[in-house]
Structure formats: C-alpha cells, structure tokens
Design a protein. Sequence first.
Length: 607
Amino acid sequence: MRRNTLYRKYFKDNLFMRFTLIVSCVFVATIIVFTYLMLKLISESAVQRQMDIQRKTMESISNYVESKYQSVQDMIRDVYRDGSLASNTTFLLENPYGEYVEHRLDRYLQGDPSTSNVVQYFQNKIDDDPDIRSLMLYSANQQVMYYYQDRRQFDIVATNAAHSYVPDSMYLDEESLVSVPNIWVLKSIGMQNTPMFSVKIPINNKSSLLNIGQMLVYFDSSAIWQAMNNYKAEFKGNILVLSAQNEVIFDTSGAGYGKKFDKLTGLNFGEEITVDGMVVTSLTQSQAGYSVVSLISRQELAETYRSARNTILFIALICILFAVLLPAMFISNFAKRTHRIIRFTRRVKNGDLNTRIVDSREDELGQIAKSFNSMLDELNQYIDQVYKAEIRQKHTEIATLEARVNPHFLYNTLEVIRMRAISSGAKDVGEMIYSLSVLFKAYVRPKARYTFKDELEACRMYLELFRIRYKDRFVYTIECSKELEGLSVLKMSLQPVIENYILHGMRTGQSGNVITITVAAENGHIRVIVADNGLGIPAERLSQLRQGLDNQGALSGSESFGLRSIHERLRLMYGAPFGVVLISEEGKGTEVTLTFPYPAKEETEHV
C-alpha cells in the first residue's frame, strides 16, 4: 500500500517527475550509445595499430633471419662459381684432411699458384660477419666435422656413428634449413648451448651432383634484438621464431628458447587466429622453413587503449551527471513556479481575490502569471461593477419602496380609495391614485429586462401625479426615439432626478413650471438630459453636490441620496466617464445630464 502511494505521489500523479525521468533516460541512453560506439571505434583502432606494430616487428625479424640465410646461400653459391674453390671443397669433404693438404701442395708444385684455400675462404666469411658464432663443414663420407673454434682456430672432430649421434642427426635434420643448433653437434665441438640459430646448407659434388656433406653456420640470436630496435618499446606479448619442427629459435621473453611450441601444431601459418585467449599472427618463410609468430593476449591488447577508454568513460560519466542534473534543475525550477501558480489558484478558490502571483519572467509561465493577475483584476472590477451595483440597486429599492411588504394589499387599498374618490365626485383624486398605483406596480413588479421605455413610462406616471395636482401650472415633455426605447437601462435611474425637481426646484405658487426629459445618442453614448426652469441650486450647494458625486459617500442627506445613488451605480457598472453631471444657476433652473453606454452592455440585463 505504501509503495502504491509513493508511486502515485512521485510518478503517476507527478508530471514533472515523469518528464524529468523520461528526458534523463533519453539523454543517458544517447550518451551510453555514443560512448559505446566511441569505445568500439577507439578500441578497434588501437588494436589495429598494435597489430600493425606486431606485423612490422615480425617483418623486421624475418628480414634479419632471411638475410642471414641468404648470406649462407651466397657462401655456397660463391663456392660453386669458383671452379678451384669448388674442386678443393669437394676434395676436402671426400678425403681426409692430410690428403687435402697434399693435394693443394701438388697443385701448387704443378704451377697452379691460384689454387683456393677452402679453410681461409670460410675464415674470411666469418671475419666479414660479426654475428657468426661458428661455421662447420660436415663430411658425409668421412663422418668428420671441420669447424672454427672461437671464430679463429680451425679444428677437426671425428663424428663416426660408433662414437657420435651427429651423422644420424645430420640425416634427420636435412629438411630443416633454419633451426636450433643440434645438441650432438654442440657437444662434439664443445660449444655451450646458448641462444643461437643454425642455418644448414647441403653441399653437393659439382660434377656428380651427389651430396657430399653439409655446411652449418651458427648465428647469435641476441643479434635479432638489434633488428627490431625501432619496435622494442612498442610491441606487446611475445614474438617467436620457430623452425619447421616448431622448435623455438628465438623468443623475446627469453623463456622458450629450444623448446617445442606444440600449441600451433596443425595450424595454418600466415593468418591471424586465436588460441587459448591469445591472438596469434604468423609470418612464414617457406624457402628457409622458419616462421615468425606473434603471441599477444586480449588483456595486453586492451592495455593499448585503456587510457583512452578511461578518459572516454570519465567524460561519459560527467555527461551523464549533467544530463541528469541539468534537466532536473531546470524542470524543478519550472515545477516550483507551476506549484506556486497552483497554490495561488487554490487561494483564489478559497475566496482570496486580492492575492497576486509575483513572477517577472517573460516565458510561458510568466505569461500565465500575468494573465492570472489580469483575470483577478478584471474579476474584481466585474464584481465592483455588477455585484456591488446590484446590491446598491436593491438597497435603493428597499429604501424607496418599503411598502413592498404586502403589495397586493396596498394595490387593493389604493383601488378602494380611488373608487371612493370617484364616487364622491373627486375625479382628479381618483386619477392621481390610479397613476400612483400604476407607478407602484412598475417599480415593485420584478422584470427580467428593464428598458428606457419602462423607465420613461414610470417617470411619466410620476409626473402625471403632479400635473393633475397643479393643473395648468406644470408642464412636462418626454422625447425619445423608437430605437433607443428598447435598450437596457438601470432601474430607477431617472425617477430620483425628477423627484428632486418636484421636491426642491419647482415653483409651486407660480405657473409656467416646465421639465423636459430628452434621450438621445451622442458620440457613441446615450445622454439623458433632464432640464427644468425651477429655483435652481445655490452655488455653494452646487459645489457640495458635485464634490459629493466625485467622492462617493462624502455627502449625506435625503436630498442628495437619489443623485448619488444613480451616479454610483453608473460608475460601478460602466466606469468613467459614465455618471451624473449637474449644471444649475440659482433662479434660472437646473440641467442634469446622465451618460449611459451605447449600446447597453449585456451584463446589465439581470440588474
């Protein structure tokens, strides 16, 4: 239950929380996808760069080993090209060394001083290449090993099958041109088994093309490091040089030399493969029978782009943090302003119409706040114009027509009095009672819409009472066009003006009393002018009346109540410049001008 309440409070019924969550999720998802693509691109680029370095390192090593292999091939090729050298080499390998020495002396004595010295030829080759550790000539017929000990001293070792495994090893290793030095050969010549690689070339009789022996040249493996100087600091993992039998000729780690590397048995060289989590790249020299292999683990490859990966992840985390915080801060501010507006609307709902929203921004919420404040201003103005006007109208009606308690009784009473007056011969009294009864009915009877015609008819009936009383001493005229008669007007907006004239301005003892009511449209307004030729208003009293009209409620007294009531109602309903204007001169008469809007506003129809 609590979980459901929290869900409704913070998510289901919270638009801003949902919007924040959706925006944050979109931003975070975009950043994650972009980060993933960047990591993939950078990792692939870094791995490709590292693999290029591995290949270049392998090519450098392969080129070095191949150059040594080619140098040995060139030695034998030079032997074959030189007839004297080829003949002496063949004689050395097919006969004992003593006979070889006699053979050279005989040739020399026979007048051939150019006879080549095989021992000196190969000694010169050793001197030319500092990477050669040893050079050996093996005679298959004699089973004798001729070698240069410590690069300088020429020596001879018997390697017959009865005392040594060298002949067997020479026979078995015929196809391995580049390999690890044979252990039996090393033992026979007394060399230590240090990191070296052997290049073996068969030697044939130039005439018969039969194999008469082999030449072995041992090179120092440490010299391979010099061939890869440009890549020592950049290559990763291990780089191996393998013989045709998968024996390790060279290992950058220094731990695998001379061992069998069986992991690659049966695999095709020359392609990039994965073995036991290691990326294996190979480069094969088919002629010499060796292969250069690069072994690098996935973890080591990952190390090549770890720094870039960490940088990208750090930037991505910062972006995610901003992607969550910035929308949250923005939407939180937006939500606070929205909730402030909601709180103000609730205060207005509870009846506080004087509250206002303080928001000076010009965005959408600022416009809503301004519109809300404007609406309250108009609402207050409307209440002042309509609601208060209606209250004042009712107060005026109550004050003027207190006899409304039982109008039917009053109607019947007036009718009884009127019939009594007529039966007694007082016709004028009967007419006055009739006019009073009609006037009373007009004011008391409720009516949905009160027009100028209704108000003017009420004025006529009121004036008719006094015309009957004063007979020829009093005259009135009413002027109003047909199109204006149907327009709405405030109830009892003219009668109090006429009543003031009858009570305060009429010369009752003289003839020629005239009052004129004129209703006309003028400059978009309706002006009602009530003019008389009565006593007029003294200047001081006129000033007080005008001041009382301008300052509502400043005057008191029954003589000013009617005018003030009309003026206040017009101002409340329509505002300035509508209202009452007084013009009077003592002894000459008074002119009261009432200004109404044209056409009349619809909201006044219910008043």
